[in-house]
Write a protein that binds this ligand. Structure first.
Ligand SMILES: N[C@@H](CCC(=O)N[C@@H](CS)C(=O)NCC(=O)O)C(=O)O
Length: 217
């Protein structure tokens, strides 16, 4: 039995979207980020610094999964594992595709996510005091090159790897989603825009987002 730890309003969304795509049933443990809770709320909510959760992931981060005794963290590694375990079109068809999917996951995590998170945080922070326009603009500038790389990659087939929708699209799309508060990046990259819209039109993504909307913001 698969258990996914982490609220939908976290990187656990990535694993939940993939599990929905695979049609794999799972138990969901909605661990909340500690920083989102007041001390009072934290005393009655399972969160990322709760002692019982730290036993599962000493890093104090979600997502984490447990799958028949395997405990795994890091959202993109979780998705690669689940895709390979269950097979089918989402999974790599051979060693070369496996290598490419690993490469794109590491690329997205290292070249894109640090900047995309800054765009999200500084353009979408709830309070204007938390927004730093200069930091957001610098992150947008840093993202122009990776957006151009993905734009070229998608030109061949419309997908990241293998000419079909795979776990590589899910992992990459979930990171590019963070950059959505920067429409100027998408205006300059029509294929990336169409690809992300197609990813977001998938029933499995919509199901995850519908559950996410029900959670407190
Ligand atoms: N690289 C990790 C990052 C995990 C991460 O930072 N998760 C955030 C939620 S999206 C978290 O758990 N934050 C809680 C905290 O820092 O207390 C991954 O992709 O899984």
């Amino acid at each position: 039995m698969l258990t996914i730890y982490g609220v939908h309003r976290s990187r656990a969304a990535r694993a939940i979207w993939l599990a929905n795509e695979l049609g794999v049933s799972f138990a969901h443990v909605p661990v909340v980020q500690r920083y989102r809770l007041s001390d009072e709320a934290a005393s009655r909510t399972l969160h990322t610094r709760s002692p019982e959760f730290l036993k599962v992931n000493p890093n104090g981060h979600v997502p984490t999964i447990e799958d028949n005794g395997l405990v795994l963290s890091e959202s993109l590694a979780i998705n690669l594992y689940l895709a390979k375990k269950h097979g089918g079109p989402l999974a790599p068809a051979d060693l070369a595709e496996d290598a490419l999917m690993t490469m794109w996951a590491l690329w997205a995590a290292t070249e894109v996510e640090p900047h995309a998170i800054l765009v999200l945080n500084h353009r979408q922070a709830k309070s204007p005091q938390e927004r730093d326009g200069h930091a957001a603009d610098a992150a947008v500038r840093a993202l122009r090159a990776p957006f151009a790389v993905l734009e070229t990659t998608l030109g061949a087939s419309g997908y990241v790897v293998g000419g079909r929708f795979t776990v590589a699209d899910i992992n990459t799309a979930e990171i590019f989603r963070y950059a959505m508060p920067a429409p100027e990046l998408f205006e300059a990259a029509p294929r990336v825009t169409a690809w992300l819209a197609a990813c977001h039109a998938r029933p499995a993504f919509k199901r995850m987002m519908a559950a996410r909307e029900k959670e407190p913001a």
